[in-house]
Design a protein around this ligand. Structure first.
Ligand code: SAH
Ligand code: SF4
Length: 348
């Protein structure tokens, strides 16, 4: 396995069978996992030092017309509590976030049919004029190419659209009434054409996912060269069809993050809220596998519990904007600190 890790470190491409072998070994053999993670951490430190970028996450709406089997916000979950923030509430979050030191705001939400281009354009324009120096990231799912272009012109910079599953059959099984992986990827390509910094990614351990599927995900990520990659464990939500499935495996998640770091040394990789929700040390373990971003929750406190994509989602303490000092303290236990800059993808 050592030579496979060395090849990755050198920037050589691994074929599907080598990637599969590496993932399988790393998930089972702690020495292989440690070797992978040590190299990923070294690569991340060469790129970013000991600084961790922060992004303020604003959860715009829990309404969703989509019906992803794994997600608590899915259309058919009648017990989900739905809310939608007003523009004033979002701008209030930005004000608080800006004062706390955030220089990236992430507007994330379900695919809410009331979020027209006009509505979003107006919101983004206001954010852009009030805070000219921040990065605005969107994570609002699948929209038309014209819509992506319009929101980019209004001032958005980045877009998180996890591909979820590169494998056609797996994607279809998780989104039985969705538009298919071809459409998801067409959206990702439209975002790249529009000039966004793009984020792809997937859950680890979702029902039906095999190591071979994960290899397909890794090869897609290598091919599309996204600027951001979000990877976290699947976590069950009881009011979804996958509610009794087990959560994703920690070690396999860490191994996947480490491989992505070695494949894309400059990528912005969050230590995800799902990882922090899986296990108390999850956030640190992600960073110690090559992640370099955390996304504390900046949503108004009364709506946080309602944005339940999975159960027991961390949105307080170190996962919350108001807990930045606790986060700083936690990072310091492994020698890291918050990097307060905007944290754009470095193109040179
Ligand atoms: N509606 C948008 C953005 C919000 S969902 C979209 O789907 O793109 C953000 C991410 O949460 C999804 O991309 C998915 O990968 C993740 N997610 C949803 N349900 C999850 C679960 N049960 N466990 C872990 N991650 C989940
Ligand atoms: Fe909606 Fe996103 Fe959840 Fe799918 S993952 S149901 S699109 S919020």
């Amino acid at each position: 396995m050592k030579d496979l890790v060395e090849q990755l470190v050198k920037g050589d491409r691994l074929n599907a069978s080598d990637l599969g072998q590496l993932l399988r070994c790393a998930a089972q053999d702690s020495a292989v996992l440690q070797l992978l993670r040590d190299n990923a951490v070294r690569t991340a430190r060469q790129q970013f030092g000991l600084g961790i970028y922060i992004r303020g996450l604003i959860e715009l709406s829990s309404f969703c017309r989509s019906n992803c089997l794994y997600c608590g916000l899915r259309r058919d979950n009648r017990s989900a509590e739905r809310y939608r923030l007003t523009q004033e509430e979002v701008l209030q979050c930005c004000k608080e976030g800006y004062n706390l030191g955030f220089r990236t705001f992430v507007l994330q939400g379900g695919e809410d049919g009331t979020h027209s281009d006009e509505w979003l354009e107006m919101l983004i324009c206001q954010m852009r004029s009030l805070y000219p120096d921040v990065a605005i990231t969107l994570s609002l799912g699948e929209r038309s190419e014209a819509s992506y272009i319009r929101l980019k012109r209004a001032g958005a910079n980045r877009y998180l659209l996890r591909h979820e599953a590169a494998n056609k059959e797996l994607y279809a099984s998780l989104h039985p009434d969705g538009k298919g992986i071809e459409h998801r990827l067409a959206c990702a390509e439209a975002l790249q054409r529009a000039g966004y910094q793009l984020g792809l990614g997937m859950m680890i351990g979702v029902k039906g996912q095999t190591i071979e599927h994960l290899v397909e995900d890794l090869l897609l990520i290598e091919r599309m060269q996204p600027q951001m990659v979000g990877i976290g464990p699947f976590l069950p939500h009881k009011s979804t069809p996958l509610g009794t499935e087990p959560a994703g495996d920690l070690n396999l998640t860490l191994a996947t993050i480490a491989i992505v770091r070695l494949m894309l040394p400059k990528a912005l990789i969050p230590s995800t809220t799902a990882l922090a929700s899986l296990t108390p040390r999850g956030r640190l373990e992600g960073i110690l596998s090559g992640a370099n971003v955390v996304m504390p929750n900046l949503s108004p406190s009364d709506v946080r519990a309602k944005y339940a994509i999975y159960e027991n989602k961390a949105s307080w303490g170190k996962e919350a904007a108001e807990g930045l000092s606790a986060l700083e303290e936690e990072l310091s236990t492994i020698g890291y600190h918050i990097d307060w800059s905007r944290g754009d993808y470095n193109i040179d």
